[in-house]
Ligand binder design. Structure first.
Ligand SMILES: CC(C)(COP(=O)(O)OP(=O)(O)OC[C@H]1O[C@@H](n2cnc3c(N)ncnc32)[C@H](O)[C@@H]1OP(=O)(O)O)[C@@H](O)C(=O)NCCC(=O)NCCS
Length: 203
């Protein structure tokens, strides 16, 4: 039954994938989060950075106020960004869909597959551990890099949401993208094929 394994906010085990690990954000992560959120490439599509550490704490640690599960993405033990998921009905039996979001905050971790890998790792958790039916994401239409990464991971475009975000003083359109549970096996197979091709390459 979908939802039986859905943890309550503030109570989550780490999520381990083949290349990356997600661990719940802690107080000690706030300085890194502030730095990442102040990066111009993150601000461009993620909005203005929190002005104070208290604001960052409210946004990223107060899980009971804001029922979203937020994680630091770790690559080889180093935090490189943030990934999160939210359910409409946290902790309830009928939590059957989730929305996700991500940013890679360390500049040297962007544009080398980490974002795509993180999305795939989160999809694996949501479909295979939490047994969800649907996962969604809504990048701004101008975010070609994000859209490309989400398509590679298996998301499809449902449609364009007009003026669905307000960023940097103007309304912007977003792509509403989704992947259904019965589409996940093919997406996962593509991930495995790509991983095998990388591990076959001479070092
Ligand atoms: C969007 C983001 C998560 C993607 O992660 P990433 O690790 O940088 O991306 P990846 O390397 O996994 O994949 C990017 C893909 O987009 C392609 N790409 C890069 N820039 C592009 C552009 N301007 N137009 C089209 N495609 C582009 C890359 O070539 C790659 O595709 P390929 O593997 O087929 O060559 C990351 O760049 C990021 O956090 N950006 C800033 C904040 C943000 O946009 N967050 C998402 C909000 S929805």
């Amino acid at each position: 039954m979908p939802g039986e394994t859905v943890p309550l906010p503030g109570d989550h085990d780490p999520i381990a994938g083949p290349r990356l690990t997600f661990r719940p954000i802690e107080e000690g992560d706030l300085p890194d989060l502030m730095r990442w959120l102040a990066d111009p490439e993150v601000i461009e599509f993620y909005g203005d950075a929190p002005a104070t550490i208290e604001a960052a704490r409210d946004d990223y640690l107060e899980a009971d106020v804001n029922p979203v599960w937020r994680f630091v993405i770790e690559e080889d033990g180093r935090g490189v960004g943030e990934i999160q998921y939210g359910h409409d009905y946290p902790g309830d039996d009928y939590a059957w869909k989730a929305g996700i979001d991500i940013f890679i905050g360390e500049p040297d971790a962007r544009d080398r597959g980490v974002g795509t890998e993180a999305i795939r790792t989160m999809l694996q958790h949501l479909f295979e551990v939490q047994s969800l039916h649907l996962v969604t994401i809504d990048p701004e239409v101008a975010n070609a890099r994000g859209i490309r990464a989400y398509e590679k991971a298996g998301f499809r475009l449902d449609g364009v949401l007009r003026h669905h975000a307000f960023e940097h003083g103007e309304y912007v359109d977003t792509h509403f993208m989704s992947i259904l549970e019965d589409e996940w096996p093919a997406a996962r197979a593509r991930w495995e094929t790509e991983r095998a091709a990388v591990s076959d390459q001479p070092r």
